[in-house]
Design a binder for this molecule. Structure first.
Ligand SMILES: NC(=O)c1ccc[n+]([C@@H]2O[C@H](COP(=O)([O-])OP(=O)(O)OC[C@H]3O[C@@H](n4cnc5c(N)ncnc54)[C@H](OP(=O)(O)O)[C@@H]3O)[C@@H](O)[C@H]2O)c1
Length: 261
């Protein structure tokens, strides 16, 4: 059975992933799926996620924590372990949105600092503790897993401010995940999902340039959806998927290298 924590599950990809876990694993065995729905401020979004999990016959607990607050992260860990009695999968989707809302008008330096603090430093600190707790867990059963979110363009780069922010930030997360996989095998599996152009809140406001670009850079000729990434996350975190660790799975519909004649 799935006993999961999904961070950043109040909207976007994290929300889709938490709901998809409940749908995918509801018939796997007798025990209900149990999912901690983590959020920071968007309580109603988190409650919507929890409702959808419950509609699938799963159990859900919403927990709030700002990743920048070390004490709040400790409480998130303690309450998750208490409620789940050892999660068998921890999925990281919490990340700063600097593309919409008030943050859109911040300076480049402020956006980068915030991304570094939350998506990199706080995520690494939190997941070192997640891994330690999983490593100290019971020997029996399939290895638990941790899944990170990277970005398909981080390793090779993209022009402009978005590339200069998200490139180093997500590359750092992907590098950390690979090192954690080396550290924790074979007791804990660690993988990364690297989405391409996924239509979450920013992708619903974009002009024709970005819409065309998102479509044309994918071999499938469309924006990715949160559900596309959620499907990959369900596969990576499947407890029976015991031979998969240290992998980065791109979810971008295939990068388009075709050349127009
Ligand atoms: N969309 C894409 O095309 C794409 C591509 C590659 C990678 N990603 C990555 O995928 C992840 C999810 O993206 P999304 O588009 O689904 O974003 P989203 O809808 O903005 O969701 C972000 C989540 O992170 C939480 N969060 C933000 N700051 C936080 C903090 N300081 N502490 C704790 N939680 C915090 C938010 O919580 P509250 O709203 O409750 O405050 C929300 O639940 C991000 O890491 C993003 O960089 C996205």
């Amino acid at each position: 059975m799935i006993r999961a924590v999904v961070t950043g599950a109040s909207s976007g990809i994290g929300q889709a992933a938490a709901i998809a876990l409940a749908k995918t694993y509801r018939h796997r065995n007798q025990a209900p799926v149990k999912i901690v729905v983590h959020y920071r401020n968007n309580e109603s979004g988190a409650e919507q996620t929890a409702d959808q999990i419950r509609q699938q016959g799963g159990q859900a607990l919403t927990l709030s924590a700002d990743l920048n607050d070390a004490a709040a992260c400790d409480t998130l860990l303690d309450q998750s372990w208490q409620w789940l009695s050892v999660p068998n999968t921890w999925i990281n989707f919490a990340g700063v949105d600097v593309l919409t809302g008030e943050a859109k008008s911040w300076s480049f330096e402020r956006k980068l600092k915030q991304l570094m603090e939350v998506d990199v430093l706080a995520t690494i600190k939190l997941n070192r503790e997640v891994a330690n707790r999983m490593l100290a867990g019971p020997e029996s059963g399939p290895p638990p897993s941790i899944t990170f979110v990277g970005w398909d363009q981080a390793p090779l780069g993209m022009e402009g401010e978005a590339g200069q922010m998200f490139g180093p930030v997500k590359a750092a997360v992907m590098a950390f995940a690979n090192s954690l996989a080396q550290q924790c095998a074979p007791k804990v599996r660690v993988n990364t999902v690297a989405p391409g152009w996924i239509q979450t809140s920013w992708g619903q406001t974009t002009d024709s340039y970005w819409n065309d670009r998102a479509q044309q850079q994918s071999l499938m000729n469309r924006w990715g959806k949160p559900a596309d990434v959620a499907r990959a996350v369900c596969w990576l975190s499947d407890p029976e998927n015991t031979f998969c660790t240290g992998q980065t799975l791109e979810v971008n519909g295939g990068w388009n290298r075709q050349f127009d004649r």
